[in-house]
Design a protein around this ligand. Structure first.
Ligand SMILES: [Fe+2]
Length: 247
């Protein structure tokens, strides 16, 4: 398998490029709008053909480049099972892996950060989106977030994977890139170390995080599969496609 982890600094998002060496077909998981040219350049450099873009969830902190990549490269737009948005080409369901060449991307319904959230397992790796971060987890206070659901998703779906499964998160704000299930089970300060459901819920309720600055634009933008909404303030244009705005 060809595997690349790409970092987008505006929203500290990791995008993952996965491709079959046998057929040259590729998937991008959680591509980010301002980085679409970078991603397509890498696809071209590696001699690949982009078949799918896949979302872990409807993001509140960035807009996907799914629609742009579809336009430029002919890729199909894949969202988790419950997101029946008009622009989606394919909804991935648990138990129905997305096959690309000799690869199979297995969706794991992991609600809690959002109600639509999926993690994706591929071989000995799991892309955990915002359900499980390295030494952390996504917040649960908007987009139908639900702390008990997140606890169950992580404990029942992710912590039951083999201990040496590599954990690739959707974000990291401190430059960390990869962990593994054993490490998160043993030392994740929110969900590991034997922390129980009640303690986790209490902790998540006590966070009092600031309301995300971009959510009012990101959510409609992502429900439209990657449209930068009209009327976006100048200061937030870095979240959109600079080339498109210059045009
Ligand atoms: Fe998120």
């Amino acid at each position: 398998m060809i595997f690349r982890q790409l970092f987008e600094p505006v929203s500290s998002t990791y995008t993952y490029l996965l491709a079959s060496e046998a057929t040259g077909e590729a998937i991008l998981v959680d591509p980010v709008l301002p980085a679409w040219q970078r991603d397509l350049a890498l696809v071209a450099e590696l001699g690949l053909r982009l078949r799918y873009t896949v979302e872990t969830h409807v993001h509140a902190d960035h807009i996907t480049s799914a629609a742009r990549l579809k336009r430029e490269a002919g890729s199909r737009i894949v969202y988790p099972a419950i997101d029946r948005f008009p622009g989606v080409d394919l909804n991935i369901a648990e138990g129905q892996p997305l096959a690309v060449g000799d690869l199979a991307l297995e969706g794991l319904a992991t609600p809690g950060h959002t109600d639509d959230h999926f993690a994706y397992r591929i071989g000995d790796r799991v892309l955990t989106g915002d359900a499980l971060l390295i030494d952390g987890c996504g917040r649960t206070d908007f987009q139908n977030g639900d702390a008990p659901a997140l606890y169950r998703s992580v404990h029942d779906k992710l912590f039951t994977l083999p201990d040496d499964t590599l954990v690739y998160p959707g974000h990291d704000y401190n430059g960390r890139r990869v962990s593994c299930i054993a490490q998160e089970k043993s030392r994740n300060p929110r969900l590991g170390e034997g922390r129980d459901l009640e303690a986790f819920v209490k902790l998540m309720e006590s966070l009092r995080l600031p309301y995300p600055t971009f959510i009012a634009y990101a959510v409609p933008g992502n429900r439209a599969c990657g449209v930068c909404p009209e009327g976006i303030p100048e200061a937030l244009r870095i979240y959109c496609d600079a080339a498109e705005h210059a045009a």
